[in-house]
Design a protein around this ligand. Structure first.
Ligand code: PHE
Length: 413
């Protein structure tokens, strides 16, 4: 038995037999993680936007689209597996959560945008592991050129400029032919123009890869960034490609792209034009750049995660326990013999074992008259594999205090 309707973002959707959105998924809608400038996804979003600074960057489009927007407008065949209720989330048979930002291509082209970026949360039913999550974020980018002599001149000039920039950069590119029998140009296109557009796409994205990974390739100093182009297939582009980057010893898939099917531009009523488009997944790239080991961390509200990132900066994430931190302070007067930080730490480790995650000296004070010294340490009790109750942390902390008095003769303040 299903409820008669489901509500999302303040709208009611009557349910039917395709309805399969769950409350865990509905709860994620509207978080807009990529809009937070000091969240890793927001930092990456800003980097890509500033690379394409003369593109109109759109954010905040609600995730509910029609299957027509998500599939039919992009020439997906009627039997494409992505349409299945096992692969996508449906509110009902005429409303679904977009599975990719390409779902907004037609409406964006139709508005007359000719250089645009669009960032959004996308939803797919998928396997569960460290790099898959049913909600993730994509950035779509597209550039439209006039299809006549004017477009050709613009492409030739822009390609020459980009090629010049890349020739001076430390980048090693493994390319594939712009078009091939298995990755053909479109019948509707002038073959010379189609090649120029494909070349512009490749140059633009090689340049983006350099912006994102150039300083963080992690290889030997002086080694070039390695970028690899592969033939791909998407129903809404041809020729199509995937881009991979060699990072810390592995080839990583970064994005999909291609020359936009003319049918898409026709549906958007954009005449005499030719376009390229790409779609990249923000989580994948952010996991690499910030060394974030698990995709679930992006949704964390824990200050131990969020406080590690600063707007405009790529930093290396330092993992912490998945379980809640429990901070306890101990403040005491030292005996004549004093107490070294390392002695304190060994005592804590001896008593609390692996329940202690870190110890910080937060106060170190010597009384000006009596010359007595006091110290205050903050201990973070946190298990690696379970949630520690406050009672249990109190018990361990009491043992630490007892042995501190016993072994070092301190006086608790
Ligand atoms: N939408 C595609 C995906 O999610 C990526 C893509 C975008 C491919 C634009 C080509 C052009 O896999």
């Amino acid at each position: 038995t299903r409820p008669p309707s489901v509500s999302l973002l303040g709208k009611e959707y009557p349910t039917d037999k395709t309805t399969n959105i769950t409350s865990a998924i509905a709860d994620k809608v509207g978080r807009n993680l990529y809009m937070n400038p000091s969240h890793p996804l927001g930092i990456l979003h800003a980097l890509v936007s500033s690379h394409f600074r003369d593109f109109n960057s759109m954010v905040g489009l609600p995730p509910v689209v029609t299957p027509a927007q998500n599939f039919d407008d992009l020439s997906f065949p009627p039997d494409h597996p992505g349409r299945a209720v096992t692969d996508s989330y449906y509110l009902n048979d005429s409303a679904m959560l977009r599975t990719h930002t390409s779902a907004h291509e037609v409406e964006t082209f139709a508005r007359g945008e000719r250089r645009w970026l669009l960032s959004a949360d996308v939803y797919r039913r998928d396997e569960i592991d460290a790099s898959h999550y049913p909600v993730f974020h994509q950035m779509e980018g597209a550039r439209v050129f006039a299809s006549g002599a004017e477009g050709r001149a613009e492409l030739e000039a822009d390609n020459a400029r980009l090629a010049g920039e890349l020739a001076r950069a430390r980048i090693a590119i493994e390319d594939v032919p712009h078009v091939s029998p298995t990755n053909p140009a479109q019948a509707a296109h002038d073959p010379v123009l189609a090649e120029l557009v494909a070349q512009n796409l490749k140059l633009s994205l090689n340049s983006l890869m350099l912006s994102l990974f150039g300083d963080h390739a992690g290889g030997e100093a002086g080694e070039p960034l390695r970028v690899r182009w592969i033939e791909a297939f998407f129903p809404f582009t041809t020729p199509s490609y995937e881009v991979e980057v060699f990072f810390r010893g592995k080839w990583l898939e970064i994005l999909g792209c291609g020359v936009v099917q003319q049918q898409t531009l026709d549906r958007a009523n954009v005449p005499n034009s030719i376009s390229w488009a790409f779609g990249l997944g923000l989580e994948r790239i952010a996991m690499i750049l910030f060394s974030i080991p698990d995709i679930r961390l992006f949704w964390s509200q824990d200050p131990r995660f969020l406080s590690q990132f600063t707007a405009g900066q790529i930093s290396t994430f330092k993992p912490y326990s998945k379980y809640p931190a429990c901070y306890k302070d101990v403040s005491f007067w030292l005996s004549e013999a004093g107490l070294h930080d390392n002695d304190f730490c060994d005592l804590v480790r001896d008593t609390a074992g692996d329940l202690v995650q870190d110890v910080v000296l937060i106060d170190d004070f010597t009384h000006p008259k009596t010359k007595r010294s006091s110290k205050c340490y903050r201990i973070n009790y946190c298990s690696m594999d379970r949630s520690l109750s406050n009672e249990e942390a109190n018990e361990v902390h009491a043992q630490v205090i007892a042995s501190l008095k016993d072994k070092f003769g301190v006086e608790i303040r």
